[in-house]
Design a protein. Structure first.
Length: 387
């Protein structure tokens, strides 16, 4: 099992985000999907089962989105972590939480059979265990992190928010090929005030006693962000608005007065699949030069900080449909002109902008017909709509 340990400073600022969410007056329909009612619903499902000095708190809330699973989180109290396993005396819970081959609990949980294996009490610190995350592109990172953010907002009362560590159970398969994954730092920067430490496969935990161990599944949990048309895609999300504020605060993104129009560059050499080739605009260098746009050309060598500092200077993002457009999460007032190769079903950027109460102008067009005059007109139309 590959382990990535991130030392966390504090989640205390999340309490203020709870209050922000409560201040938004959404319709009951939208609030159940992505607002105060969602957080309250998750909280209300809390149940605790105790065995000797150990216990497990289970959150298991049904999502109003019919194709989703339940919102799930597990908080184990007084847990001993040794090597690559955690020992708890709450034996029967393992069977209740199994999820076939993807069961993160079965991978990590070892059950103590005797009372002497259960510590009487542990120091006040929390270990949050995160299942597999795709750190390859901005869309899937935001989907997962915002889902875990929603759960952490809901379970704050059960964890020590001042002394937290995070453990990633798995590495991305592409990391094994030596590919840098700058977005991996996102959990560290969002929730940490200390350094990001990677542990290799040979490293073992000494006996560490945690007052709380939180398990946050990835595959099983719902997400507020979806890349398709759905019945709630017109809902402004108070959860996502609070996440946007929290994100910019933790990333230390300051307010910047700028009128820069920024083009999100797509490299031709990464256009491997037919879908990637379809979204490549061959004349983009000419468009950037003649319109006078700032180029956002990021790759594996650009750190999370590089990317966010650059997008923070943009008043409007422009580019072909792709994960890079979701960098709008770093803008103070997200505004986006998205060019799509004709009419497509993917609604990543549209749904993100709606959730954030941002602004987006989607233009379906055959990319070979794009020229400077058209881009200037699309930018003007987007400015008229958004500013």
């Amino acid at each position: 099992m590959s382990i990535d340990l991130v030392f966390i400073g504090s989640l205390a600022s999340l309490f203020s985000m709870q209050n922000l969410i409560k201040s938004y007056d959404l319709s009951p329909r939208c609030s159940k999907f992505t607002g105060r009612y969602l957080i309250e619903t998750i909280k209300k499902t809390r149940r605790e089962d105790k065995v000797w000095n150990s216990s497990v708190v289970i959150y298991d809330a049904k999502s109003v989105y019919v194709d989703d699973g339940n919102w799930m989180a597990y908080v184990f109290k007084n847990v001993m972590v040794q090597n690559e396993f955690m020992t708890t005396c709450v034996d029967y819970q393992r069977r209740l939480m199994k999820n076939n081959d993807n069961d993160m609990v079965a991978k990590y949980l070892r059950n103590g059979r005797f009372q002497k294996e259960c510590p009487k009490s542990c120091s006040q610190k929390t270990l949050i265990i995160v299942d597999t995350v795709d750190f390859w592109n901005w869309w899937w990172v935001l989907v997962t992190v915002s889902s875990h953010y929603t759960l952490l907002l809901s379970i704050l009362e059960d964890i020590n928010a001042e002394n937290i560590e995070i453990l990633h159970l798995a590495e991305d398969s592409r990391e094994k090929k030596g590919i840098k994954m700058p977005l991996r730092d996102i959990y560290h920067v969002l929730f940490s005030t200390k350094g990001n430490k990677r542990l290799d496969k040979t490293t073992k935990f000494a006996n560490v006693c945690y007052s709380n161990v939180v398990l946050l599944p990835t595959r099983e949990n719902p997400s507020i962000l979806k890349n398709i048309h759905h019945k709630y895609d017109n809902c402004v999300s108070s959860v996502m608005i609070s996440f946007h504020i929290f994100f910019r605060r933790q990333m230390n993104l300051q307010s910047v007065k700028s009128n820069k129009i920024c083009w999100v560059y797509r490299k031709h050499k990464i256009a491997i699949t037919s879908w990637q080739k379809l979204r490549h605009i061959p004349q983009q260098d000419i468009l950037i030069s003649e319109v006078g746009m700032k180029t956002l050309n990021f790759g594996k060598h650009n750190s999370l900080r590089d990317q966010l500092d650059s997008v923070n200077e943009c008043k409007l993002l422009v580019g072909a449909h792709g994960a890079g457009l979701n960098l709008a999460i770093g803008m103070e007032k997200p505004a986006l002109l998205e060019l799509t190769p004709g009419v497509i079903s993917n609604r990543n950027a549209q749904n993100l902008m709606t959730a954030l109460n941002g602004c987006v102008n989607v233009v379906p067009i055959k990319f070979s017909k794009i020229n400077t005059a058209l881009i200037r007109n699309y930018i003007k139309d987007t400015k008229d709509k958004c500013f």
